[in-house]
Design a protein around this ligand. Sequence first.
Ligand SMILES: NC(=O)c1ccc[n+]([C@@H]2O[C@H](COP(=O)([O-])OP(=O)(O)OC[C@H]3O[C@@H](n4cnc5c(N)ncnc54)[C@H](OP(=O)(O)O)[C@@H]3O)[C@@H](O)[C@H]2O)c1
Length: 316
Amino acid sequence: MADKKIIAIVGATGAQGGGLVRAILEDRQGPFAARALTRDVSSDKAKALAAQGVEVVAADVNDPASLERAFAGAYGAFCVTAFWEHFSAEQEIAQARAMAGAAKRAGVRHVIWSTLEDTRRWVPLSDDRMPTLGGKYKVPHFDGKGEADRVFTEAGVPTTFLLTSFYWDNLIHFGMGPKPSADGTLEFTLPMGDAKLPGIAAEDIGRCALGVFKRGGELIGKTVGIAGEHLSGAEMATTLTKALGRPVRHNAVPPEVYRGFGFPGADDLGNMFQFKRDFERDFRGARDPQVARSLNPALQTFAAWLERNAGRIPLE
Ligand SMILES: NC(=O)c1ccc[n+]([C@@H]2O[C@H](COP(=O)([O-])OP(=O)(O)OC[C@H]3O[C@@H](n4cnc5c(N)ncnc54)[C@H](OP(=O)(O)O)[C@@H]3O)[C@@H](O)[C@H]2O)c1
């Protein structure tokens, strides 16, 4: 243990960071040890990590000094922001700045920044195909992350930019699973027409991140896009039909209808799906399942993920 290189993991009690903690724990002979960062070391999730022998330390990404303490002595750091806790791209950028600054001061040798595209490079604010949100964003939870890429570069932090994909786990935790329609048939709503959506098991993001760290410096300064599989809404509905043993049909509402669904963030997600549909070539081109599999040979397909998780999808 003592000779292992420490990876400080933001979001260690969450989906992405938690996947990385588990990947490191499973890689017993590997070169790394996980250090889990959390705001609350006494939470059940934090205690469960400590019980598995993980070093758990208190840190808040809004508190640069706490980050610097938590990054001290670490070889690597996995940096992620939790947009859906505050819905603020500005806050994400400030948090990225805090993480980049702390990594630099602590002398971290390899940072992975979990990022997404700044969609304004494709859809400038003047493009009215989708509404501008918050006065300066098209897809706030993408744009803030993409804008923050340069924060790491400008801080002089050796960074790999990890472009993630839609978690299939959203069908369990984010209310995006199939729902009964008026005639009782399950409908899977995906406002992308025939375009294919790069998706991934959230757990596999952490496994891919471990693969990035294991490549040493090779991927520093590079953007690495990952996905388990690219599937259209109709293909996802067919795979769901098989896994659930009940017919599921694709409900291809247009993004403008999705934006009006009224739940918090519906406008952001409606714009996101439209971006993925309208710029399908670029968006999919940036996320190669072959690259992801080379980093993580256990990478799951949607069908494989459903085999383990279909029973957890709420269908009401
Ligand atoms: N859902 C998707 O399909 C998808 C796809 C791509 C990217 N993303 C992005 O993924 C991000 C969320 O990552 P996730 O799903 O891994 O998170 P998650 O499961 O929602 O968990 C949030 C994590 O962030 C930590 N956290 C939150 N605020 C913190 C703070 N102020 N200081 C320190 N830690 C803090 C939490 O730790 P404690 O509570 O223990 O402090 C927890 O571990 C979002 O920004 C989202 O845009 C999501």
